[in-house]
Design a protein around this ligand. Sequence first.
Ligand code: B12
Length: 222
Amino acid sequence: MESILDQIALCVENGKINLTSPYPSAMRGQPGADEFTVQALEAGIPPSDIVSKGLIAGMGRIGVKFRENKVFVPQVLMSAKAMNGAMVHLKKYFVDGSVKRKGKIILGTVEGDLHDIGKNLVGMIVEGNGYEVIDLGVDVSADKFLEAIRLHPGAFVGMSALLTTTMANMEKINKAIKAEFPQVITCVGGAPLNPSFAQSIGADYYTDEPQALVEILDRLVA
Ligand code: B12
């Protein structure tokens, strides 16, 4: 029989939230990430193991499948929902310090740009892989990024742009960040970007998919 942690990972990977959730149809009537997390806590499994071997394992797998085009945006959204179903029971362990995040990332879509589907997906996958995400939303000015960096020292910064016109704002924001906080590591993404653009504006990293960002962050915090 699979362990409770494997079951949690499977539920997150497949987007199975709880007993009553109808998705995915093959798992209808079965417990979800919610109930398995309660069972794991009752069985005395350390919350940090539930996070690393259950939630992060499941979100890592869905991130890889998304990269390989084996699943699409709706499946990632369901996985994030299943993860949130488990997190309800685990939040207090993050607060009391018994579960530690790997690091923090400030995310935002740059000034003038309202596209947030890609940025939100990045946020879900990065959060599911053990990072705290400070989501500043859309149309984020340089000042707002700078204020967030002051509030969250040591955080990475991720910026998204979907319009060729707002790519110029990304350059302005990256320059403002590097002028005040040269040590802050910035990552940029969004459909019209490419590695040479990222390099030309002085961003530290570019990638076009969320799981690769997780791998970059994991290397940086290792
Ligand atoms: C949905 C959409 C909208 C929605 C946005 C809703 C929302 N909440 O996001 C609405 C209707 C509001 C909209 C408005 C506009 N849009 Co629009 N929109 C799109 C559309 C169809 C899909 C974008 C999307 O969500 N893709 C799916 C996500 C998952 O992909 P993604 O964002 O690229 O993200 C992935 C990667 O890029 C990466 N990534 C993204 N961000 C980050 C950040 C980091 C740090 C990292 C590491 C990775 C990363 O990871 C993601 C997952 O793999 C595209 C066309 C298209 N097919 O792409 C046009 C498009 C982007 N829009 C376009 C335009 C022109 C506009 C408008 C100007 C239209 C108008 N005349 O009003 C306005 C601009 C509004 C504004 N100020 O932003 C153009 C842009 C052209 C250009 N080259 O500049 C496009 C390409 C359509 C087209 N072919 O003309 N739009």
